[in-house]
Write a protein that binds this ligand. Structure first.
Ligand code: SAM
Length: 277
């Protein structure tokens, strides 16, 4: 029988992803020996509102060159590179999908961030680091693939130093039960685990994580989808986009994501919580 973890990796893995990204960058005239994190932003921010929401979340967190950040579900490393290049902090990325960690490492090397960002394959449910290691745990759009929310948040709380911050941008179950698939994180309901916000808030409290910033960004995200659709109609599709990561059914995934948000089946929250000393 296939485990959930295998199905999640199958969902995300894309053949030759690294090479397709490099080929596309070359085809639009980028010098791949002089790449910046900004050049990669159209393809490496695999979450609502792309780099815009990463910047928004980072503004709520105290980051500088002394800080060590763990990005849980780091994908191909876009946020890790943004944080390291913008704030000089060290970022360790952990992701279940081996191909993503490999591509993340390759892209960090090409942007000169190979020392400040490192990536490894592993599960958020068994974080392979000692307790109280990190100043900040950062996570965007990964917990929807994880049914055991209790272990997810308790592992995060364990590896945070006392006084450390959890910064997340995530999707939760909304008022209405029905969710249309496919969506970017799942082709069908078998690997999608959307928890009601109230349940997650209780788990966070139980793990000593107390809100410092809490923003329901559902409506902002709906408006962003509308703006993206209008841009696509006037400008046409861009070669360097999440299509390379999400595959050929990207249109259905995006339409369902937008529709689910619009009718309240899912909600998006951007939050920062502090681990009490
Ligand atoms: C939608 S992508 C988001 C990637 C990245 N956070 C970003 O915003 O660009 C979700 C990521 O979560 C990872 N993921 C899912 N379940 C995981 C788990 N149990 N442990 C670690 N990573 C996981 C997937 O492999 C995938 O890379």
């Amino acid at each position: 029988m296939t485990s959930t973890s295998d199905s999640v990796q199958d969902h995300y893995a894309v053949n030759n992803l690294g090479q397709s990204i490099l080929d596309t960058l070359k085809s639009i005239g980028k010098d791949i020996n002089a790449l910046t994190p900004t050049d990669l932003a159209p393809v490496d921010a695999f979450h609502l509102r792309g780099r815009e929401s990463t910047i928004e979340l980072a503004r709520q967190v105290r980051l500088d060159s002394e800080r060590h950040v763990l990005d849980v579900g780091s994908g191909i490393g876009g946020s890790a590179r943004y944080l390291a290049s913008e704030f000089g902090c060290r970022v360790t990325g952990l992701d279940l999908t081996q191909d993503y960690s490999d591509v993340a490492t390759m892209l960090s090397g090409l942007t000169g961030l190979g020392d400040s960002t490192t990536f490894q394959q592993g599960s958020a449910l068994e974080i392979p680091f000692d307790s109280e290691t990190f100043d900040v745990v950062w996570t965007e759009h990964a917990q929807m693939n994880i049914s055991d929310k209790e272990t997810f948040y308790s592992e995060i709380a364990r590896v945070l130093k006392p006084g450390g911050l959890l910064a997340f941008h995530d999707i939760f179950r909304g008022e209405s039960e029905s969710v249309d698939f496919p969506v970017p994180w799942a082709g069908d309901p078998s690997i999608s685990f959307l928890a009601p916000l109230g349940e997650v808030e209780q788990i966070l409290r139980n793990n000593g994580l107390h809100p410092r910033h809490w923003d329901d960004v559902t409506q902002k995200s709906v408006e962003w989808f509308r703006k993206m659709a209008a841009n696509a109609r006037t400008q046409g599709p861009s070669p360097l986009s999440l299509r390379l990561v999400m595959g050929d059914d990207i249109a259905a995934k995006i339409q369902n994501f937008a529709r689910n948000l619009e009718r309240g089946s899912i909600a998006a929250v951007l939050a920062v919580l502090e681990k009490m000393e």
